[in-house]
Design a protein around this ligand. Structure first.
Ligand code: BG6
Length: 302
């Protein structure tokens, strides 16, 4: 049962610094507005759609054509991909990238920390509907801490009786000034599966420049990525834990046009650098009662 705005605010607001407001879609969204940063967090999808440290341009890209419709993922921000990344491994009719990003999450707690950062914890548990897609009991916990840096941690706990195999991602859409001037450092020399060429595997020695569609699963990497953005005169560092693969995605012109919720020229101002446990090599096998924590820290550097 969804809570009303006033119920949510009675339980979880902290003055003007953390409070629920109505999004234009009608959905409740937690707005964070502190001395350090602003942010917006939807209960739908547990989806963080905005993060902006004071004095900076927004760090997360968000499509102005996002649909905000039940059953569709919001386009931009940080969609939570779970319990499968990409198409379902055996049931092709199931939604791409799992169901966490299209489920309603529950707010469990909020806090203003002594150092001024804002913290929120959301939860998602199995339901009758989730059991039809994924026949296992589970608990997902999403911890978000908003300060000068952004910390996002997804902890998955398997509550069933047999081991399960999971893939997952913090599918982070970063905002950039001009994609043609962007360089990504941190993946040089790392082998990747190139999904634009049917899964061919290779590595490149230079920092990555984006000049066409890019859809790559970098394999066996725990490295930070630094997205150098010459147009905005800044770099965004994406650090991570609990992840042994990184996905880099930009749909480029033709695929951007083909997506109803994506502006035709949107590919120029975004780049996904995703903290993943992504196939083909990086899946997680959880025995009963086991947990895994996938996390990212996103920092703006001069
Ligand atoms: C990326 C995948 O993570 O997500 C791409 O590697 C995919 O293949 C992209 O196109 C976007 O997926 P969706 O389902 O949000 O449109």
């Amino acid at each position: 049962m969804l809570q009303t705005l006033s119920e949510l605010n009675n339980l979880f607001s902290h003055g003007e610094q953390m409070r629920f407001v109505a999004h234009p879609s009608g959905w409740p969204v937690l707005r964070v507005d502190t001395a350090q940063a602003t942010a917006e967090l939807h209960l739908y999808g547990g989806h963080l759609t905005h993060f902006q440290p004071r004095g900076q341009a927004p760090v997360l890209w968000l499509s102005d054509q996002s649909l905000y419709q039940s059953g569709k993922a919001v386009r931009g921000g940080i969609p939570l991909i779970w319990p499968w990344f990409g198409p379902h491994p055996t049931r092709q009719a199931l939604p791409q990238h799992g169901f966490a990003r299209t489920s309603w999450w529950h707010m469990a707690e909020t806090a203003l920390l002594p150092d001024g950062r804002a913290h929120a914890l959301l939860q998602l548990r199995d339901s009758e509907i989730s059991q039809t897609w994924w026949p296992h009991p589970f608990l997902l916990e999403l911890a978000i801490t908003v300060g000068e840096a952004l910390e996002v941690a997804l902890t998955m706990t398997h509550l069933g009786h047999e081991a399960v195999t999971i893939s997952a991602a913090l599918h982070t859409y970063l905002a950039v000034g001009d994609i043609s001037k962007v360089r990504v450092r941190g993946l040089e020399g790392t082998r990747f599966v190139d999904k634009t060429t049917g899964g061919r595997e290779r590595a490149a020695s230079q920092p990555l420049a984006i000049q066409q569609e890019v859809d790559r699963v970098y394999v066996a990497t725990t490295a930070d990525c630094v997205v150098e953005d010459a147009a905005l005169g800044r770099a965004i560092r994406v650090g991570k834990t609990g992840s042994r693969s990184t996905v880099v995605w930009n749909p480029w012109q033709a695929k951007a046009r083909a997506m109803a919720d994506f502006p035709d020229d949107g590919y120029r101002t975004m780049l996904c650098v995703e903290t993943t446990a992504a196939p083909p090599y990086d899946t997680l096998t959880l025995p009963p009662q086991a947990s895994h924590r996938l996390s990212t820290t996103i920092t703006v550097e001069p």
